[in-house]
Design a binder for this molecule. Structure first.
Ligand code: AMP
Length: 419
């Protein structure tokens, strides 16, 4: 018989891990709400043109896109990230700025799968569209910082940089290209190819062969004009006042072409070099316009859920939520009593489980143990005849017989909460 398993780069997220994902997103939602962000759900696929705006020379577009022609002959792509979709949504619906939205969900990139790098991976993120204010950049960074703190992560580092404005970046690219061409013989084969397409990307190279050339590269900051410099100084000053520690990393360029001014990246020093980057973002003034909207500055970030959870594992924080139920019902009379008692308790908002298939008392008690329940309710023929039930504390083993019709209040008196 044919059997199937997940495609390369995709995984089943089974319980209890899946519960951890939900909890992760729940904490992100709480933090985002305290900063005034509201939830937005962009579609999973869009017109390919939306994602081409990420930069036609980036790997995300040229090598990794899941794009295809649909049955109506439209060229569409599964989203490789969500910032472009949020900006397309802004251009389409024209909400009143400032527009503060958060999102969570999967993205798709045809990458070489490995630990921390998947073809379907989840992100949570925020976008703040409208203001071009250093306070906005710093607030977005502080939100991510607070979120990591809430997860219990302590080994996150923040690198920040500025790419300057459009003119600064163009000037820098020219200077960088001339420099890299002057040392082309020392570059790796891959970087030589990258150089012809997008010189900035060479700075991203982690290949040892390129290290010396990258280390000697001209610095962006020397090409940045006064306006962009003062914006960046403003961002750093607010981060300082908020107590968010950062390091200015003057060769930090990120994988997507739309960034201008502030860029930043979060890394976990608890993870291996191959996947230290747990999140990043920056300012992308010009992207809304490129997608047919009015000129609108924007700043945001996306954090990789998969990798951030690996960082949590490495720091032994943010465990999966306890999957236990509160009450387990052991019914030796055939199962009907378990059905009725469970129904009554569940309607009073208790989490309840029970055994099926008329198992023996011993086997049901084993299941009660495994369920993590704090209370077992035991019903046998004697209890049914007397209109009672036995409540057993799974922690102490103490048992007492109570009136069956009082089950909800008896459980409440042991577990707390409303009867
Ligand atoms: P980016 O959208 O490329 O700026 O990436 C933001 C974050 O998403 C990264 O720091 C990673 O944590 C995560 N990420 C990006 N690509 C992948 C991938 N293929 N698998 C897992 N996580 C990823």
């Amino acid at each position: 018989m044919t059997s199937f398993s997940t495609s390369p780069g995709t995984r089943d997220i089974l319980p209890p891990d899946a519960g951890r994902w939900r909890a992760f997103q729940g904490i992100f939602e709480e933090v985002a709400a305290t900063y005034g962000y509201r939830y937005l759900i962009p579609p999973m696929f869009e017109d390919l043109g939306v994602f081409l705006r990420l930069g036609e020379a980036t790997d995300v577009v040229t090598k990794e896109m899941y794009d295809f022609e649909d049955k109506g002959g439209r060229r569409v792509a599964l989203r490789p990230e969500q910032t472009a979709s949020v900006c397309r949504a802004y251009a389409q619906h024209r909400p009143v700025p400032p527009w503060k939205v958060w999102y969570a969900g999967p993205n798709f990139r045809y990458e070489k799968p490995q630990q921390g790098r998947y073809r379907q991976f989840d992100q949570v993120g925020v976008e703040l569209l409208g203001p071009c204010d250093p306070d906005a950049d710093a607030e977005v960074i502080a939100l991510a910082w607070e979120f990591y703190r809430r997860l219990g992560l302590r080994q996150i580092t923040l690198s920040v940089n500025t790419l300057g404005d459009e003119g600064d970046l163009q000037r820098y690219t020219t200077v960088l290209q001339a420099y890299l061409e002057s040392r082309v013989d020392e570059l790796s084969e891959e970087s030589r190819v990258t150089l012809t397409r997008n010189p900035l990307r060479v700075l991203d190279s982690k290949r040892p062969a390129d290290a010396a050339v990258v280390a000697g590269a001209p610095r962006i900051v020397d090409q940045v004009g006064d306006a962009a410099r003062s914006h960046f100084e403003g961002v750093l000053s607010v981060l300082g006042s908020l107590g968010v520690p950062y390091a200015v990393e003057d060769r930090l360029v990120r994988g997507l072409d739309y960034y201008r001014h502030t860029t930043f990246e979060f890394s976990s020093s608890a993870l291996d070099a191959a996947h230290v980057a747990v999140g990043g973002g920056g300012r992308y003034d010009g992207l809304v316009e490129a997608l047919g909207g009015p000129p609108t500055p924007g700043v945001g970030f996306a954090l990789g859920l998969d990798r951030t959870l690996l960082a949590c594992d490495a720091e032994a924080c943010f465990p999966a939520p306890d999957p236990s139920v509160e009450v387990f019902i052991v019914d030796t009379t055939g199962g009907r009593e378990a059905t009725l008692l469970a129904d009554e308790l569940r309607k009073s908002r208790r989490s309840v489980d029970r055994a099926y298939e008329q198992r023996s008392m011993k086997s049901q008690m084993k299941l009660a143990d495994r369920s993590g329940a704090r209370i077992a309710i035991i019903v046998g023929t004697d209890e049914v005849a007397a209109g009672t039930i036995v409540l057993r504390s799974m922690e102490t083993g103490e048992q007492r017989t109570v009136v069956r019709s009082e089950v909800v209040s008896e459980v409440a008196s042991l577990l707390g909460g409303v009867a």
